[in-house]
Design a protein around this ligand. Structure first.
Ligand SMILES: [Zn+2]
Length: 271
């Protein structure tokens, strides 16, 4: 599933191809995405210029003078810059065509992605309004986490995966960040000290930034019609390593379910 680093890498990959460019047409081949693509969207977009390519959580926001396109990659979506004549693959659900003979093509076998439109502040859109802070922006600190967790008995891993607490921490990144911070995933969120939350906030940033950096090396895949947009993985410390030796202490990595999600941790390194 595309997580925050993949979405940010996609954003960086498509931005130079879209900024300042005029939308010639939107061609929708399959409007039945997670939410239907609005039927009047092609008429609304024609002739608009893309002024900004931003990200909020895992949403991509393409700003124009008339409103903002809200895109989400869902479970299996990807975007590529292709020539408008590039042969269609199955599950290529829409094309955004630009005057200079290029095309932003959306591919999504499971159709959990979306393409929506708002003429108001996109941050006030129902999908975005309740999102917590961005983990890579200055408002995200150990103190913020500790205050938000006060009195809560929820497991810390579920807590940091809640997009109303902080956006974009998927299962892999939650497991890896908790390992780096030395915090057991099932520890009650309200019973973690400030200094440990500071370490956790740092670990979350480190893990996400390392992934985004690694994504930069695969950036070409997002703009190459031949390439499959490969989602990337940094060297993982615990995720999907059940039974293997902890890279720090050598004891076996444990696995279990927590909040219906597979969870991996080292019982010696994480308390
Ligand atoms: Zn260990």
């Amino acid at each position: 599933m595309p997580e925050l680093p993949e979405v940010e890498t996609t954003r960086r990959g498509i931005e130079p191809h879209l900024l300042g460019k005029t939308i010639d047409a939107l061609v929708v081949r399959e409007p039945r995405l997670r939410w239907p693509v609005p039927p009047d969207l092609p008429a609304k977009l024609r002739g608009l210029i893309v002024r900004s390519v931003r990200r909020r959580g895992k949403y991509l926001l393409l700003g124009t003078d008339a409103g903002t396109l809200i895109l989400h990659l869902g479970m299996s979506g990807s975007l590529r810059i292709v020539s408008p004549e590039a042969p269609l693959r199955k599950h290529d659900h829409f094309d955004l065509l630009f005057g200079y003979g290029s095309c932003l093509r959306f591919h999504d076998p499971r159709r959990f992605g979306c393409l929506l439109w708002t003429e108001s502040d996109p941050k006030a859109h129902p999908l975005l309004a309740s999102l917590g802070p961005e983990p890579l922006e200055p408002g995200f600190t150990g103190r913020y986490l500790q205050e938000k967790a006060r009195g809560r008995s929820l497991a810390v891993k579920s807590f940091i995966m809640d997009s109303q607490v902080v956006v974009g921490i998927g299962n892999i990144y939650a497991s890896e960040a908790l390992f780096r911070a030395g915090i057991a995933p099932n520890r009650a969120a309200g019973r973690i000290s400030l200094s440990r939350y500071e370490k956790l906030a740092d670990s979350i940033r480190t893990v996400l930034e390392a992934s985004i950096e690694q994504g930069g090396t695969t950036l070409r895949d997002f703009v190459n019609e031949a390439g499959h947009p490969g989602y990337f993985r940094q060297i993982l410390a615990v995720y999907e390593r059940a039974g293997e030796a902890c890279r720090r202490c050598g004891s076996g990595i444990r696995s279990g379910r927590l909040g219906q999600r597979a969870t991996y941790w080292c019982a010696r390194c994480q308390k």
